[in-house]
Design a protein around this ligand. Sequence first.
Ligand code: MG
Length: 443
Amino acid sequence: MNRRDWIKGLGLGVGAGAVGLMSPSNAFAAEARRGTKSLAPLKITKVRAIKTAPQRARLVVVKVETSEPGLYGLGCATFNQRPLAVVTAVEEYLDPFARGRDVDNIEDLWQNAYTSSYWRNGPVLNNALSGLDMALWDIKGKRAGMPVYQLIGGKCRFAADCYVHSSGRDLKELEESVKKNMELGFRHIRIQLGAYGSPHLSTKADFRDAGFGAPQDTLMEARPYLKATPKMFEHIRNTCGEEIELLHDMHERVEPRDAIRLLKELERYRPFFIEDPVAPEANDYFRQIRAATTVPIAMGELFNSPHEWVGLMKERLIDFIRVHLSQTGGFSVARKIATLAEWFNVRSAWHGPNDVSPVGHAANIHLDLAIHNFGIQESLTFSDAMREVFPGCPTVKDGYFYVNEAPGWGVDINEEAAKKFPYPEQPGYWEPVRRRDGTAVRP
Ligand code: MG
């Protein structure tokens, strides 16, 4: 190579190098590197559980602290009936497991935390894991400066259409409650006579006379409930009109054969959905239910593992998934269940009673906003005490549930206020319900 060629080559080389550095792909890579640097690596420094009960239910909220001072995330881990077991799982097991790990890799952390106990998929561990999972999504939203629904694709609707509960000991009381809720703007109302299974309609607690069980155990006979429920639907249709959408929860309290007959009787009143017609142990009856009636079915509140939905979905045996987000392991899991459900025309109906914290309610709504196969959202009216403890609570207006636009879940916790609402002294048992002869009724 002569000197002229060498210089020419050098020139080309330098030129090529310079062009290379400025090419769109390299410029993009450099920009990406700068972007990554702006999100400095963060570590989890502490995972702890906050106990509070501003609205009776024993809430467990997980707070994940990070190596960036002041940056933390919140997650719902509420298991009203066994809250202290969840607190132990969070503080004795998840905290040491998660400390020092990368805040950003939510799925990786979830998978490893899930199997870190080897045995898994129980409500205690799933709730603890959910607290961690949701808190990491909250942190990611805060880091991005976006509400979580933006991180998973943005809005499919402006707010979550929701249902409210109406109950009454008799038809007149129930009718008044339904009309009041209609005036508030609700288009969907879940109706029931008294408590689940209308236990007040039963009269003969022979087990008490015989000294069987404890005095506070509840009586619930299936027959009065099965007779009263079609009459309840008929009365509300006659007095409240055809427009309002009616929902009802059977709460798994009758025999499968009776459940099928009741569903057939209710079909003429066009329920929006009937929830939990049979217990999870009787899942095989859904084929018969489906063959017998077109009433839309909601199912799954008691499921633990996301795998419990697979069979019901792929055989198209249900229409709505009832999922208690924290019970199944958190936002990440519920999002996967929703995605699976979309392929089978199953719509969402996330569980939203008072034993879900406002952080959990916010997670429900963020998912409602971002998934195509949203069905309906169970709503809760938050008390003044709840709003004091949880600034940024979701709000209900004209039958729609809204989250605010703050980054993450948009819900914070005032830990000083939380301390003012300790758990009630009575443990949160699901009180025993018995047939007339004392046989235990499974919810
Ligand atoms: Mg239910």
